[in-house]
Design a protein around this ligand. Structure first.
Ligand code: ADP
Ligand code: MG
Length: 343
């Protein structure tokens, strides 16, 4: 099998909480903990989970906008941390990002044409003619009229602005685009149009997507595989079909049960999951989901469940549904550990 385009290994990000002048921080926000996944060329991997579970931090780590506390990001087998500055620049052409709010991520003083061609012009000078041709071509690719190249972002609708953000990301012909809540601010009908556009572009150009959303209803349409995150960790990773037909992690089950779905036969529960999302500054011991989990047993309180590969191809982090034989028995652990519920 060929090497996946993007591979993430044990990625971790702890943000120190400021402790005052010259003091060493003693508290950390554990935004991302031991996250591993891969994305093949032309594939869409979705990352879902409630607000604050670390999705945007994963995106920032992939783009190297923040440095990881631990773990690695490999592009075509190369660790991006090992790259020199000029190599990193070349690599950045291959990965682009589209944000949730195209209004704040697009320069309000530039025209649509300038916005689209700016990334390429950072790499090579373009003549006026080349610039116009490129802008017209990319606008057309995302379903906008080439006449829009003279408009300012404020003169476009939300959906048009998001198409513009996608055109800008396409200008460097990247191998992968990270979309962080890229359709979350749009009306449902506009969302559907943008999702269709993305799928068409993928078909045509073979681009891979990392598609981040808190909304499971959205990722069901676009995802090949889906990673479900809870408090910084991936708790389940499965193909889209497997995840929706047969969610295995109790948290995934709860998310799907609560997702607004157009299928009236699917029963929807009113609340997501009992209880609050705990703080990533002081996450619960063991499995971070255990205080809200209907299946939790004693070991869930004590040991962090590893992400186990299941016979059906999914990966699951759950002591009850995916017991890991290699983990220690509770009886072999020091009594202080078991009683204090610390890991
Ligand atoms: P999501 O995108 O899933 O909503 P984020 O990755 O934005 O989650 O945030 C994960 C956690 O990290 C949150 O608790 C958030 O408050 C915290 N966080 C994000 N960025 C920073 C930062 N720069 N400094 C401190 N904490 C941060
Ligand atoms: Mg976010």
């Amino acid at each position: 099998m060929s090497e996946p385009f993007l591979k993430v290994e044990h990625l971790t990000k702890h943000y120190p909480l400021s402790a005052g002048f010259l003091k060493k921080p003693s508290l950390f926000v554990r935004a991302v903990e031991d996250v591993s996944f891969s994305v093949a060329a032309g594939e869409t991997l979705c990352i879902v989970g409630e607000s604050g579970c670390g999705k945007s931090t994963v995106a920032r780590l992939l783009m190297r906008l923040v440095n990881p506390t631990g773990g690695r990001v490999l592009i075509d087998g190369t660790d991006i941390a090992s790259l020199e500055k000029h190599e990193l620049r070349a690599w950045r052409r291959r990965m682009q990002m589209v944000f949730q709010d195209p209004y704040s991520s697009l320069n309000p003083r530039l025209t649509a044409g300038q916005i689209i061609t700016e990334p390429l012009e950072n790499f090579e000078p373009l003549s006026g003619k080349q610039r116009n041709a490129l802008a017209a071509n990319l606008l057309e690719k995302v379903g906008l009229s080439s006449e829009m190249m003279h408009r300012l972002p404020s003169e476009l609708s939300g959906g048009q602005r998001q198409r513009l953000g996608i055109a800008r990301a396409l200008s460097l012909e990247p191998s992968l685009i990270i979309l962080d809540e890229a359709v979350s601010a749009l009306d449902v009908s506009v969302q559907a149009q943008i999702l269709n556009l993305l799928m068409d572009l993928q078909q045509e150009m073979g681009i891979a997507f990392v598609f981040i959303s808190h909304d499971l209803g959205v990722v069901e349409h676009i995802g090949h595989r889906i990673a479900v995150m809870y408090l910084g960790r991936i708790v389940e990773l499965a193909t889209c079909e497997a995840l929706f037909a047969n969610p295995s992690h109790p948290y995934t089950e709860a998310l799907i049960a609560a997702a607004p779905v157009p299928d009236p036969t699917r029963i929807r529960s009113a609340t997501l999951v009992e209880g609050e999302v705990p703080s990533p500054i002081n996450p619960p011991s063991g499995c971070a989901f255990h205080p809200r989990c209907p299946l939790a047993v004693e070991r869930c309180r004590i040991l962090v469940p590893p992400l186990v590969s299941m016979p059906d191809g999914r990966a699951l982090a759950c002591h009850v549904r995916a017991p890991d034989e290699t983990m220690p028995a509770l009886s072999s652990l020091p009594a202080t550990l078991v009683n204090s519920t610390l890991v």
